[in-house]
Design a protein around this ligand. Structure first.
Ligand code: ZN
Length: 276
């Protein structure tokens, strides 16, 4: 499923749409949530600069005179990807939302249809604000420091891996990245979050940032079908530290990387390098 790095890679790859006028919008089969507006009502609006919040993308739309008209909140769900191409072929059976602009066509391809595009009058108004409520801070938010992270972990008795995955403290550490960040920080994924001291919390926050930045640089991870808006696959999975490497030798200590299941998700770790 597309995680924060893949969504950020997508945001960067659709940037060429900014400033383009909407000529048409078409919806295909129902997605996770309804659009909430008549597609034809968007014709004539101008695309602004794409923003990302967690795994959501926000496309602001302006009136021709520059006044804000609202925007579209996108989520890629389990299997979604966005493409933006000057001359796309006919829509396929998994293409369920399409915006034609004077500069190219934006298309949401989503075989499993857990993705969505939702109209909202503003990012901080319903329905967008409601969908974004409960998200943790952005991982690269420099106003959030090690002491804040440590304080947030103190009340949690659940294993640290699941606290990272929940994304209500810091967003972005999805399954691949949580495993790798915990390895980088030397923390056992089963350690209760509340037991992680201030030093280790600081190391973990830095590791989350490092792993996510590396993943964005690598174009994200493509486990099944992620593509950026130009059709490129991500490369991070090939450089993962422990994720997907059960039975292989740890790059640090030479021990064997293990796979366990936590909350029905696979976790990979090195028992030699990662401590509770
Ligand atoms: Zn090791």
């Amino acid at each position: 499923m597309p995680e924060l790095p893949e969504v950020e890679v997508t945001r960067r790859s659709v940037g060429g749409m900014a400033g383009a006028r909407v000529l048409a919008m078409q919806m295909g089969k129902p997605l996770r949530w309804p659009l909430g507006v008549a597609p034809a009502s968007l014709v004539g609006l101008i695309a602004g600069t794409w923003q990302r919040r967690g795994k959501y993308l926000w496309l602001p739309l302006m009136q021709a005179e520059g006044a804000s008209a609202g925007g579209l909140l996108w989520h890629l769900g389990m299997s979604g990807s966005l493409s933006f191409t000057a001359a796309p072929g006919p829509a396929g059976k998994h293409d369920h939302a399409e915006i034609t602009t004077e500069r190219g066509v934006l298309r949401l391809t989503d075989p499993r249809r857990f993705g969505a595009v939702v109209w909202s009058p503003a990012l901080d108004m319903a329905p967008a604000a409601k969908l974004l409520a409960g998200l943790g801070v952005e991982p690269f938010d420099t106003t959030f420091g090690p002491a804040d992270f440590h304080a947030a972990l103190r009340g949690r008795r659940t294993p640290i891996k699941q606290v990272l995955l929940a994304g209500d403290i810091v967003v972005g550490a999805g399954n691949i990245y949580a495993s790798d960040a915990l390895f980088e920080a030397g923390i056992d994924p089963r350690a209760p979050a509340a037991r992680i001291g201030p030093l280790r919390a600081g190391r973990l926050l830095a590791a989350v940032r490092q792993v996510l930045a590396e993943a964005i640089d690598a174009g994200g991870s493509t486990l099944r079908d992620f593509r950026d808006a130009h059709g490129s696959v991500g490369q991070y999975q090939g450089q993962a530290r422990v994720y997907g490497r059960a039975g292989e030798a740890c790059s640090r200590c030479g021990g064997i990387i293990q796979r366990i299941v936590q909350g029905q998700r696979a976790t990979y770790f090195c028992p030699g390098c990662q401590r509770r």
